[in-house]
Design a binder for this molecule. Structure first.
Ligand SMILES: [Zn+2]
Ligand SMILES: [Zn+2]
Length: 179
């Protein structure tokens, strides 16, 4: 993480995840071309795709100016302070998913988003696989179908899993989706 980007506690390396990309273009909010733009979803009234810089997300000015937020919904711990949800939703780069992206909360805090993963990347995180197994089980699928689904998860294709790490207890969490 040598990029001179703002610090995002809930999205530690948005360049690695692809949410922030190198760009020569200027930011629509601050007018500055600082070498990077945000390429994830922007929930607001106008199309701001690839038009905001990470600095205007970090300081909340983009969210304030455009009444924007950056994630689709919340998963996990519901007992979270509103200020934490706001920090995740309005001052953190989001990420693109096949369906509406969801942000995991755990231990009363927002989890750190680590990126899109498939079965190969998940092999190191059995606790995240278990979360995904329970998610698919909740869809009413039989066990063998669930295991086939877990084995088919693909970082670049679909279905895809989205990996998080709790900032408090360190456990890994994930959800998955497909188009
Ligand atoms: Zn800006
Ligand atoms: Zn935790």
């Amino acid at each position: 993480m040598t990029h001179p980007l703002p610090h995002f506690p809930y999205h530690p390396d948005p360049v690695a995840t692809g949410a922030v990309v190198p760009s020569e273009e200027g930011c629509v909010r601050c007018g500055q071309a600082r070498g990077f733009l945000y390429s994830g979803p922007v929930y607001t009234g106008e199309n701001l795709d690839d038009r905001l810089c990470p600095w205007c997300i970090a300081d909340g000015s983009a969210a304030e100016r455009y009444d924007a937020h950056f994630t689709g919904g919340f998963l996990g711990d519901r007992n979270v302070d509103a200020s934490v949800r706001e920090a995740v939703d309005r001052r953190t780069p989001g990420f693109s998913a096949w369906q509406e992206p969801q942000w995991f909360f755990h231990c009363g805090d927002g989890a750190a988003f680590l990126g899109c993963v498939g079965a190969a990347e998940l092999a190191d995180h059995p606790e995240a696989i278990q979360v995904l197994r329970e998610e698919a089980g909740d869809w009413g699928w039989p066990a063998d179908q669930v295991e086939h689904y877990l084995a088919s998860l693909d970082k670049d294709g679909e279905p895809t899993a989205y990996l998080f790490r709790c900032r408090v207890c360190g456990t890994h969490l994930a959800f998955s989706d497909f188009s």
